[in-house]
Design a protein around this ligand. Sequence first.
Ligand code: NAD
Length: 418
Amino acid sequence: MSEQANPFESLQEQIDDAAEYMNVGDDVLNRLKHPERVLETNLSVETDDGDVEVFKAFRSEFNGDRGPYKGGIRYHPNVSRDEVKALSGWMVYKCAIVDIPYGGGKGGIIIDPDDYSEDELERITRSFAKELRPFIGVDKDIPAPDVNTGQREMNWIKDTYETLENTTEPGVITGKSPDSGGSAGRVEATGRSTMLTAREAFDYLDRDIEGASVAVQGYGNAGWIAAKLIDELGANVVAVSDSSGAVYKEGGFDPVDVKHHKKETGSVAGYPGADDEFSNEDLLTLDVDLLVPAALENAIDGDLARDVQADVVVEAANGPLTPEADDVLSEADTYVFPDILANAGGVTVSYFEWVQNRQRFHWTEERVNEELERIITDAFDNLVETYEETGAPNMRTAAYVVAIQRVVDAYEESGNWP
Ligand code: NAD
């Protein structure tokens, strides 16, 4: 895995690549390559043994031309200012490609949550929520879960905000548990959009997803649900991995059973039904029909990309390919269906959650899944139409053409406050 690629520079390069196929001025483009503002804060929190520890945290608000800033909060030791900026930019274009009325934001705390108790994590999260309070709001900036955060953290943030504001405003944050105002279908939404993108991609490429061999890197929320739903389409999930390593089974795994094993033991490694175990890199270069990177950014760099044998890559993770890897795979005629579409289910159902919170009305899971399918398939159709019309070299560039144009239109139509 490359430690070199700076995700923020990757984002800027992706925007420049798309601009070659668009009629957009350098001044407007430059605006779209930098966040509007970044909050950097040091959270002082008491640990269980009475000491005070300081945690660095960020919230980047990248662009609000199309609506309130929207994006998750990540807890990870590798969180950095540039990573948060990049992730917030990808959110802008993700919301634009699925045409939901949001801009982009992202937050993170530099922390390994495994090193802290639940009480400590609650204090850390509430401390961050207090710092975020002036920035967030149902029409301003709406956080959500990301790596190592989930319903629990979202519920704490909602409660802190509502307590300090003396109100009830569940739409200030999404990804909450159903009893705290969360939406049906939210937990599965990211993996569902990955499955829908894979299904549409195979259909577009005139290939059969039934019987296709699939490798999934990362077996967290995005990866395992994608594996389960792609398996339900009749594909064979032959390899899966997490940070502990990869397992392989020629006839295909039962993804639910692997998930049970991971829940019991903490990892996919050692799964008793596997034929073989190997490293994560080996998983990424397996000769499979479909590769789904669903871990972290920069999983595939230029060198590794030269060994990738999959015919189709559908990105569940954000930014799993470096720009060099993109070029290598593009030249090799490997179809890469980009993150901003393939994992947009999470933010799309977050949008449904926000709509339901504002209406104070719950949708059924069936309705959520139907609306999600409509949005992802419409976005997919727009993407391939643009790919064919513009002659863009790959699906990612075409996706940015669609998304950037929508942001530019919103900006140019409403003008700029001096
Ligand atoms: P998660 O924490 O639930 O899971 C991450 C998984 O990746 C874990 O299984 C972990 O063991 C594995 N992993 C970490 N490093 C690895 C490595 N080097 N090799 C293989 N596996 C490794 O996180 P998640 O929510 O599933 O997020 C995964 C990716 O999907 C991230 O890029 C995230 O930004 C993106 N994403 C998630 C959502 C969502 O709703 N959860 C939405 C959009 C995008």
